[in-house]
Ligand binder design. Structure first.
Ligand SMILES: [Zn+2]
Length: 288
């Protein structure tokens, strides 16, 4: 009985032994309930000293091991729900939510928790160009990269040591960077000026960030005119970027007047699905 007590204590906190075990009614079998920390590795054997001072090793077998233990968590074997709960607790702690915070919340507010986990971010000035934009996601993606200055233009490739010659493939005159490509480049300027003319806007082409700022400031709301403008800007950026790549990788050239027609056709094709845009496009059923 004394050895059994030592074995039990070595494994964890002994809670209960049944009557047969306590009275040593059974010689070959003992049953003890032990509280153990399952988040730690469970021992497979235990060194025990008997009342006569002799050491012996006792093998430990477990009839059942809960899935939530340190080893299982690493192997991804813990149940999906337990893993999700533990991750959620971790995220909430990172966002400075304590248990007391959560309990004091009268009504669980998903947006508040999400914003606190994500952190407050400054709103970008060009968000109105992306908001309620019915253009193709791939157009918007390239516009986003262009605004962030993340397209692989030649100035950036030169910085990474990938190219030495930075001359623009569209005009063959100046070095290529974001500001040149959209729309200082003579080819890109022809395209953009024609697109502006098609929309009935008479203004000189500005540099890239000024164009974005002008569009963000003047093209707000969800009327047909604004929506067509936003589609035209993003599709023009997308098509100029594609034209640039076609010249480099496929040795294909499209003239600026053909590219303008292609941009207008794509805007008509996609915009006709949306009532407000379709109404505006009825007035723009021509080429500049
Ligand atoms: Zn150029």
């Amino acid at each position: 009985m004394d050895s059994l007590s030592r074995i039990s204590s070595g494994l964890g906190e002994p809670l209960y032994a049944d009557e047969c075990t306590m009275k040593v009614d059974r010689i070959s079998y003992a049953q003890v309930l032990i509280e153990m920390d399952v988040a730690r590795e469970l021992p497979k054997n235990l060194k025990v000293e008997d009342p006569n001072g002799r050491m012996f090793e006792q093998a430990v077998q477990y009839e059942w091991v809960p899935e939530y233990c340190a080893e299982c968590m690493q192997d991804g074997q813990a149940s999906w729900v337990v893993q999700k709960i533990l991750k959620a607790v971790k995220h909430l702690q990172e966002a400075s939510f304590t248990e007391a915070n959560m309990e004091s919340m009268e009504k669980y507010n998903v947006s508040r928790v999400y914003l606190q986990i994500r952190g407050r971010m400054e709103k970008v000035g060009w968000r109105s160009l992306a908001w309620k934009n019915v253009g193709s996601p791939k157009w918007l993606f390239i516009l986003y990269l262009a605004v962030m200055g993340r397209l692989a233009t030649k100035d950036r490739l030169a910085k990474w040591g990938i190219v030495q010659i930075q001359t623009c493939h569209l005009c063959q005159q100046e070095n290529e960077d974001h500001d040149h490509l959209f729309f200082k480049c003579s080819y890109a300027a022809e395209v953009w000026t024609s697109i502006l003319k098609w929309k009935g806007i008479n203004k000189n082409t500005k540099n890239w960030m000024e164009e974005i700022q002008w569009a963000s400031k003047c093209m707000k709301g969800q009327n047909g005119k604004t929506m067509v403008y936003k589609m035209a800007l993003e599709n023009t950026v997308y098509c100029i970027w594609l034209e640039c790549n076609a010249r480099i990788f496929q040795q294909k050239k499209t003239t600026s007047s053909i590219l303008v027609k292609h941009i207008i056709q794509e805007i008509h094709g996609r915009g006709s699905r949306y009532a407000k845009v379709a109404t505006r496009l009825d007035d723009l059923n021509n080429y500049p």
